[in-house]
Design a protein. Structure first.
Length: 394
């Protein structure tokens, strides 16, 4: 069957935050790309995921001309609350780091990114089926796909694998080259979205004897709540009534009394894992975002890591095209992984300190209590949490 061939500088697989941000940033530096997204635009925009942007992510989006709605509709947060042992501890980001985070849902970030891509015809191909990578170790890599039954080949100088944990890019790296690291947690997060006013104007992370809970939000009348749930559970096992009563049971008393409940408009369970694949480059293939790493959402790092990977990758590609330098590309994997592993550590630490593990022994429990005690007693411990939460330097 005939194949339509197109050429670009960077073929980007995946039109989530990583792929769409990379396309936008490259174009601002005169580097052309085409994004191939498996799903429809509406499907990608319907996904409810992250809610917190690090200070550096806000800077990246602002400097890329994507800050107008973010600054108008996003909520700057200068701290978070940890609740444990009947006590509540506020981590004051501004006092401890001079920086803050912004609550602005990933869905909104994606809307803004697609709005930017819309200004360039052909920047993104939705509903791209059977995407396959070819000759990534050669200097003439390409990606084939089908769209509306027509076969296409996209020839490129570089391929950016931004296709998430389940995409084809990571598996294009030979098994004897790839090293993976994984920690699967023995529980998931049941998340609920409700058109109710948030219980608190700042996030509350709760470690209760019944398990973890998180109170977050999207705006003054759209709240996002999570409870730790057994891996074998499905959303159908959790009626709204069961969810709300369990959430109240895990929150500090005054928060439970103030909680406004309502019908869930979205309910889902996400498994928790830590995962890193190395290297993030093989030949002309470069990985970014969830294609290379996954973190438990406890540290609010997944989306932010995808964005910082893209900042590093864009710098490397622009240096290559502008200055003919390969240094950035040669060092991309090592540079990016140094920051990735620090975020993986922080997300693991937040998860181990705030959740009740089903197989925890008395020693682990005492260590967890000691970690929480250090946060209460040591400003340096609170400062370390704050620096990691608002985002380490990019
Ligand atoms: P994404 O997975 O977002 O995007 C990859 C894109 O590639 C997708 O659009 C997919 O359709 C596409 N794709 C896949 N295979 C393809 C193929 N064969 N061909 C073409 N395209 C293909 N992070 C947080 O910080 N906080 C949270 O609370 C949080 N909650 C989450 C809840 C869930 C259920 C999930 C799954 C993730 C959550 N995350 C959270 C993490 C999440 O936000 C990711 O870190 C972020 O989406 C990463 O962005 P990308 O790397 O672009 O990957
Ligand atoms: C969210 O608002 O969805 C959210 C916030 C903080 C997290 C995880 C998720 O750590």
């Amino acid at each position: 069957m005939s194949e339509r061939t197109q050429r670009t500088q960077v073929a980007i697989i995946g039109g989530g935050p990583a792929g769409s941000l990379l396309s936008h940033l490259l174009r601002r530096h005169g580097v052309e790309s085409v994004v191939l997204e498996r799903r429809s635009r509406d499907y990608v925009l319907s996904r409810i995921r992250a809610g917190v942007l690090e200070h550096g992510s806000v800077q990246t989006l602002t400097e890329a001309g994507l800050g107008e709605r973010l600054h108008r509709e996003g909520f700057e947060h200068e701290g978070v609350h940890l609740a444990f042992g009947g006590r509540r501890l506020r981590i004051d980001f501004t006092a401890l780091t001079g920086r803050s985070v912004t609550v602005y849902g990933q869905t909104e970030v994606q809307h803004d990114l697609y709005g930017a891509l819309d200004t360039h015809d052909g920047a993104i191909v939705f509903d791209a089926e059977d995407v396959a990578l070819h000759d990534v170790s050669s200097d003439r890599p390409s990606v084939t796909y089908r769209k509306d039954g027509v076969a296409h080949r996209l020839e490129a100088d570089w391929i950016a694998g931004c296709d998430g944990f389940h995409g084809p890019s990571r598996s294009a790296i030979p098994a004897d080259v790839l090293t993976t690291y994984e920690r699967v947690y023995p529980f998931g997060w049941l998340g609920v979205l409700s058109r109710t006013p948030p219980v608190s104007d700042e996030l509350i992370y709760a470690n209760s004897e019944r398990g973890f809970a998180l109170c977050s939000m999207r705006n003054e009348n759209l709240s996002r709540y999570y409870v730790q749930a057994p891996l074998e559970d499905s959303p159908d096992d959790w009626s709204d009534d069961r969810f709300w009563s369990e959430l109240v049971a895990r929150l500090p008393e005054e928060a439970g009394e103030q909680l406004v409940t309502g019908p869930s408009i979205e309910k889902s369970i996400a498994p928790l894992r830590s995962f890193v694949a190395e290297p993030m480059r093989h030949g002309r293939l470069l990985l970014a975002g969830d294609a290379a790493h996954i973190v438990p959402p406890t540290g609010a790092k997944g989306l932010n890591l995808a964005m910082s990977d893209v900042v590093y990758l864009c710098r490397a590609l622009v240096d290559h095209y502008d200055a003919g330098s390969t240094t950035g590309l040669d060092e991309y994997s090592a540079t990016t992984l140094r920051r990735v592993w620090k975020a993986v550590r922080f997300s693991w630490w937040m998860t181990t300190v705030l959740h009740r593990f089903p197989d925890t022994d008395a020693f682990d429990f005492q260590i967890q209590q000691a970690e929480l005690g250090l946060l209460e007693e040591l400003e340096a411990a609170r400062a370390s949490l704050a620096e990691n939460y608002v985002g380490l330097p990019i």
